[in-house]
Design a protein around this ligand. Structure first.
Ligand code: AMP
Length: 286
C-alpha cells in the first residue's frame, strides 16, 4: 500500500492502475479509522457483478475544514494517520491519499458545491454550511481520483443522500455504493467521535441505538404513527443526565419529506449530544 500526499503523484498512480485494468474505488474518510471504515474498504474490494474488474481501492484521509462550523471540533478532531495507514494496508486498500489543507484548498479558490434539497433539515439545520463543505470536498475528490465507484456509510444517512443527489445532478460517472452501519457489540454505532466520551457518557450513549431498535421493533409490530414512534424513542433518550436530543426525524429516504405514517423506506434518524459530544445514528424501516 502506498501513501500519497501529493495530487500529481496520486493522479499518476490512479492512471497506472486504470491502465492495468483495475476498477478504481474511492473511500472518502476523515481518518481515525475503525471497523466501520474497514467495512467500506472491504465492500469496495468486493465486485458488484462477477464480470467486474478487480478493485484498486484508494482511501482518502482528510479532515475537511470546510465542513466544520466555527465552534465545532475541527481543531481537536482525532488525527491518527499512522494507525489509519496500517488499517488500510491490513484491509486491502491499494493506496491512501492524505493531502494537507493547502493541497486541497490552494489560496484563491472561490467555488463551492451546494445541494439544496436533501441537505435541508436534520444535520443541515444545526450545522449550517456543513453539507456544502461535504459536497465540495467530495466533488473535488471525485475529480482528483475519477473513481468508477465510491463507497459511503449509511451511518451518515443524510450525507449519503446528498452525495447520491450531487452525483446525479452533476453527472459524475461514479457508482455510489452504501455500506450498512457497523456497531460495537453493545449496539453503539462506531464513530471517530466515540473516543471523546467518558465511560459514563459512553454508557448513556447506548440510548441512541436502543431507541432506534425500539422504534424499528414497534414499526415491525405495526405502529405507523411517527408521533408515537418519536415518543417511544424519547422515553429511551430521556434516561441519561448528560443527554440532550437535537432531533429525531422520520423522513422518506427517497424524497426527503417528513412522514407522519412510517412506511417501508422511512428513515428514522437522530442527533443527540452526550455531554459535549454530538452523535448521530439512524435506522431504515423496511
Ligand atoms: P468519517 O471518517 O466519519 O467522515 O466517515 C467516513 C465514511 O465512513 C462515511 O461514509 C461514513 O458514513 C462511514 N462510516 C463512519 N462510521 C461508520 C459506521 N459505524 N458504519 C458504517 N459506515 C461508517
Amino acid at each position: 500500500m502506498i501513501r500519497y500526499a501529493d495530487i500529481p503523484a496520486l493522479r499518476q498512480a490512479v492512471a497506472e492502475a486504470r491502465r492495468a485494468g483495475y476498477r478504481i474505488v474511492l473511500v472518502p474518510t476523515m481518518g481515525c479509522l475503525h471497523e466501520g471504515h474497514a467495512a467500506l474498504i472491504r465492500l469496495g474490494a468486493t465486485p458488484v457483478a462477477p464480470a467486474d474488474a478487480p478493485a484498486w481501492v484508494v482511501v482518502s484521509i482528510f479532515v475537511n475544514p470546510t465542513q466544520f462550523g466555527p465552534h465545532e471540533d475541527f481543531a481537536r478532531y482525532p488525527r491518527t494517520l499512522e494507525a489509519d495507514c496500517a488499517l488500510c494496508a491490513q484491509t486491502g486498500a491499494a493506496a491512501v491519499f492524505a493531502p494537507d489543507a493547502a493541497a486541497m484548498y490552494p489560496p484563491g479558490g472561490s467555488t463551492l458545491v451546494e445541494e439544496n434539497h436533501f441537505s435541508q433539515g436534520l444535520c443541515g439545520a444545526s450545522r449550517p454550511g456543513h453539507f456544502r463543505g461535504v459536497a465540495t470536498v467530495v466533488a473535488k475528490l471525485f475529480n482528483l481520483v475519477q473513481p468508477d465507484e465510491a463507497i459511503f456509510g449509511r451511518k451518515d444517512a443524510q450525507q449519503a443522500r446528498v452525495i447520491q443527489q450531487m452525483t446525479r445532478d452533476l453527472d459524475f460517472p461514479v457508482r455510489i455504493r452504501l455500506a450498512p452501519i457497523v456497531r460495537d457489540p453493545d449496539g453503539l454505532a462506531m464513530s471517530s467521535r466515540n473516543r471523546y466520551l467518558t465511560p459514563a457518557q459512553r454508557a448513556q450513549a447506548l440510548a441512541l441505538s436502543r431507541a432506534l431498535f425500539e422504534v424499528a421493533a414497534a414499526w415491525r409490530g405495526g405502529t405507523r404513527d411517527t408521533a408515537a414512534l418519536r415518543a417511544l424513542a424519547l422515553r429511551h433518550l430521556g434516561a441519561g443526565p448528560d443527554i440532550r436530543v437535537e432531533y429525531i426525524a422520520f423522513m422518506a429516504y427517497d424524497s426527503w419529506e417528513p412522514v407522519a405514517a412510517a412506511a417501508s423506506g422511512t428513515l428514522c434518524a437522530l442527533a443527540v449530544r452526550v455531554g459535549e459530544t454530538r452523535l448521530i445514528d439512524n435506522v431504515m424501516l423496511e
